[in-house]
Design a protein around this ligand. Structure first.
Ligand code: ZN
Length: 193
């Protein structure tokens, strides 16, 4: 089966508590663009991430607010900050492992948080499609792209939720390596090899 590939640039998910600090108490994010997954949006607001004396500005906040703040950057972004972000799906605030303390700075203030990750490549899909493809939440699959820089991406984490549209999400490093700009289709390979 062919699926649409989308490329995620660096972005930040933010908790209510942290948004209150960096943008002000009760601040409401202003949506500027709907994202493919239901209810998700890019907001007008951005933050700066600082690690030591290195920083990346203009990191878009994606809404709505979430339980935990999470800043997703590429490995190239990690080079700019002189860090190696853990390649995981979600931050685990309770675990100290792989924690990179960073400052998240907005117009109203800053928080210090262990929020930086490089997102794991993943497939969003819904139970109906998952059943048809005989895949399960948490499974790893592969995807073959086409074109001059055709590659096979392994270890794509399957995420199943009734609200999900079937899309593969890669980051900008992965997209560039495969010559993709987003919107292309790739062929799912379900045995992860
Ligand atoms: Zn995603």
């Amino acid at each position: 089966m062919k699926v649409i590939i989308q490329i995620s640039g660096r972005h930040c998910h933010i908790s209510r508590k942290d948004l209150d600090i960096v943008y002000g108490k009760g601040y409401k994010l202003k949506p500027i663009k709907k994202l493919s997954q239901t209810g998700q949006f890019a907001s007008q607001e951005t933050v700066t991430i600082k690690v030591g004396n290195k920083k990346i500005e203009d990191i878009r906040i994606l809404g709505p607010v979430r339980k935990n703040t999470q800043v997703e950057i590429s490995l190239s972004g990690g080079h700019r900050l002189n860090i190696k972000p853990p390649i995981i799906r979600h931050v685990h605030p309770e675990s100290a492992g792989g924690c990179i303390p960073a400052e998240i700075i907005g117009p109203n203030g800053k928080v210090r948080s262990c929020a930086i990750i490089a997102a794991r490549r993943h497939l969003h899909t819904n139970p109906k499609t998952a059943k048809k493809l005989k895949i399960k939440d948490g499974q790893l699959i592969s995807l073959k792209t086409s074109g001059k820089r055709s590659v096979i991406f392994n270890n794509i984490l399957v995420r199943v939720h009734p609200s999900f549209k079937t899309r593969v999400h890669l980051d900008t490093d992965e997209g560039n390596a495969a010559g993709l700009i987003g919107g292309e289709k790739g062929e799912l390979m379900l045995n992860n090899s």
